[in-house]
Design a protein around this ligand. Structure first.
Ligand SMILES: Nc1ncnc2c1ncn2[C@@H]1O[C@H](COP(=O)(O)OP(=O)(O)OP(=O)(O)O)[C@@H](O)[C@H]1O
Ligand SMILES: [Mg+2]
Length: 270
């Protein structure tokens, strides 16, 4: 039987401040396995190390202890098998929507082995996937926040990663746009596709209801130092639509998760 797509074992990260002996143990003892096609959300109070963990999976930072593996192979740096998306739009302001989406394919390893025509077709497909047909020639400053995050998502997916790593990607959007993009994200992730045709996703959010709506499992972290406090399976059927938010089970799950982080969340802002 093949192993998990992503496996963290005993992962710790200690930061040392420059020119001082001060050390911060940001996270410790993080164990987590994510299966192919699984959507995992990570929640926890501010400063509990969510971004630290995601950055290590992305290969942007290395663990101080423990191992991170993708398909059983240790992560040693960034790679085309993983795609990262952050809260700030991180689009190239001088490139159009179409050029932003095609950037990795035209300039990086994701386009290796593809003909020009195949690259064009892949870009076109992703413009349509995020429903931006008609806006291809616009520049980021001409787009709404929601449209910009669609571009960022299309760029991420066009590069064909196996694992999607998202750090509060909807965090800067207004509440209504955010709800719409949550549904869109599930469609794009492949909610109606068989499990092994879906991407593997790790998604950080502060929004507990967002986590319940999106996830197969919610990882709840606690702080000082950051650890995995609990992993809550979300037993809501897929495909999910907006009405699921009004169901008793949805409310129970959100309440259970909030109960796990309430005290620390108050401490974090005190
Ligand atoms: N490059 C760094 N150097 C030193 N300390 C860091 C660095 N990055 C993060 N930290 C510390 O590690 C801890 C975890 O930070 P991290 O950004 O991972 O938390 P988070 O859970 O993503 O928080 P938030 O919800 O506010 O985004 C914090 O105490 C933070 O100050
Ligand atoms: Mg963070």
């Amino acid at each position: 039987m093949p192993g998990p797509k992503l496996r963290l074992q005993g992962v710790a990260k200690e930061f040392t401040a420059p020119r001082t002996p001060k050390r911060t143990l940001a996270v410790t003892g993080v164990d987590l396995s994510v299966e192919t096609g699984e959507f995992v959300c990570v929640v926890g109070p501010s400063g509990c190390g969510k971004s630290t963990v995601l950055n290590m999976i992305a290969g942007l930072d290395m663990p101080s202890a423990g191992t991170i593996e993708i398909n059983g192979v240790p992560v040693r740096g960034p790679g085309a098998d993983r795609g990262v998306m952050f809260q700030d739009y991180a689009l190239f302001p001088w490139l159009t929507v179409e050029e932003n989406i095609g950037f990795g394919l035209r300039n990086g390893t994701p386009g290796d082995g593809l003909s020009r025509g195949e690259v064009e077709a892949r870009v076109r497909e992703h413009v349509e996937l995020v429903r931006l047909a008609g806006s291809e020639a616009k520049y980021p400053h001409q787009l709404s926040g929601g449209m910009r995050q669609r571009v960022a998502l299309a760029r991420l997916l066009a590069n064909g990663p196996e694992v999607l790593l998202m750090d509060e990607p909807l965090g800067a959007l207004d509440a209504q746009t955010r709800l719409i993009l949550q549904t869109e994200l599930l469609r794009i992730w492949g909610e109606t596709a068989p499990r092994d045709a879906r991407k593997t996703a790790v998604f950080i959010t502060h929004d507990i209801e967002e986590a319940v709506f999106l996830a197969d499992r919610v990882v709840v972290m606690s702080r000082h130092p950051g650890r995995v406090r609990a992993v809550i399976p979300v037993d809501l059927a897929r495909p999910r639509d907006e009405h699921i938010r009004a169901t008793p089970r949805f409310g129970q799950l959100a309440e259970e998760i909030w109960g796990l982080i309430r005290t620390e969340a108050y401490e974090a802002i005190a």
